[in-house]
Design a protein around this ligand. Structure first.
Ligand code: PEP
Ligand code: MG
Length: 325
């Protein structure tokens, strides 16, 4: 099996009936690029920049951030790199950033909420990103977006920092896509409205499942409710993909579900554009995809979303219809 996968390192990600998808990788630091290249990922679908902050004793400077982003972009060449702005808070803390004690940190002060409130932090990161943009194909993504005003405010910060840098004579790419993570149900439900303003979506199933099912992703007592194939979760995902396509935008997925072999056939059927996963899952997913007929998977999606009533039923349906998973 490993030998079969190795042949796919330089291959495109095609279904048996010839539809092309993009399989990208998630990274936390520039060190992860080795695995990305060894496994033939077609891009970076999620660069979790919070590790840059967590691995440091103080707030990384604009120049330090610039060097990290530039290294990743240069290495990837013309392959796209989706950089997510800092997703601090929740379970991720920084020794040098005082955050409030909270009853429900996952429903609290985290990610874009901190970035917009303490906007000097987000501005520094955005400046570093904009400066790095001439070294590759940069896409900027905001985490934990719950409503359109947050996206508009974040976009305004990007526009303002771009103007300031350009006034200083600094060159910036003019085709940087701006997107959001879909990980809060409120954003998924209004995906049709978001799709008119953003360039792309990336579905963060790790959080989207916990917020949809109201089941803490780290709490073992409710882990049985953390159901990736629950039809409610799957319907949200399909709605987001369809809403993006209606506006000519693309949708990726960077949560664990993107590389889940039971979910991949369904995501192919839904027409997810980009699958981003740990580098070690890229080849086995490309191999699985090459055995699927997209037209068959579309029919499977209809059954999974509208005939199945539980997560287990969906998993059984997929296993009964797709061999080798
Ligand atoms: C997600 O929520 O699915 C995601 C990719 O973000 P993180 O796991 O970093 O919260
Ligand atoms: Mg998340």
């Amino acid at each position: 099996q490993k030998a079969e996968w190795a042949k796919l390192v330089d291959a495109k990600s095609l279904t048996a009936d010839g539809t092309e998808f993009e399989i990208a990788a998630n990274i936390g630091t520039p060190k992860d690029l080795e695995g990305v290249n060894q496994n033939g990922a077609e891009g970076i679908g999620l660069y979790r920049t919070e590790f840059l902050y967590m691995d440091s004793d103080e707030m990384p400077t604009e120049d330090e951030q610039f060097e990290a982003y530039k290294a990743v972009l240069e290495n990837m060449g013309d392959r796209p790199v989706v950089v997510r702005t800092m997703d601090i808070g929740g379970d991720k803390h920084l020794p040098y950033l005082q955050l409030p004690e909270e009853m429900n940190p996952f429903l609290g002060y985290r990610a874009i909420r901190i970035g917009l409130d303490q906007d000097h932090l987000l501005r520094t990161q955005v400046r570093a990103l904009l400066r790095s943009s001439v070294y590759g194909k940069l896409r900027i993504m905001f985490p934990m977006i719950s409503n359109l005003q947050e996206f508009r405010d974040a976009k305004a910060i990007v526009d303002e920092e771009r103007e300031k840098l350009q006034a200083d004579g600094i060159e910036i790419a003019n085709d940087i896509q701006l997107g959001i993570m879909i990980e809060i149900p409120a954003a998924a439900v209004l995906a049709d409205q978001f799709a008119k303003e953003v360039d792309f979506f990336s579905i963060g199933t790790n959080d989207l499942i916990q917020y949809t099912m109201a089941a803490d992703r780290m709490n073992e007592h409710v882990s049985y409710l953390y159901q990736p194939y629950n039809p409610s979760v799957l319907r949200l995902i399909k709605y987001v993909i369809d809403a993006a396509h209606k506006e000519g935008k693309w949708t990726g997925m960077c949560g664990e579900v993107a590389g889940d072999q039971t979910a991949v056939p369904l995501l192919v059927g839904m027409g997810l554009d980009e699958f981003s996963m740990s580098a070690s899952s890229v080849l086995k997913t490309r191999s699985l995809m090459s055995k699927l007929d997209k037209s068959e998977m579309e029919k499977l999606v209809e059954k999974a979303l509208y005939e199945c009533t539980t997560s287990d039923q969906v998993a059984e349906l997929v296993k009964a219809n797709v061999s080798g998973i």
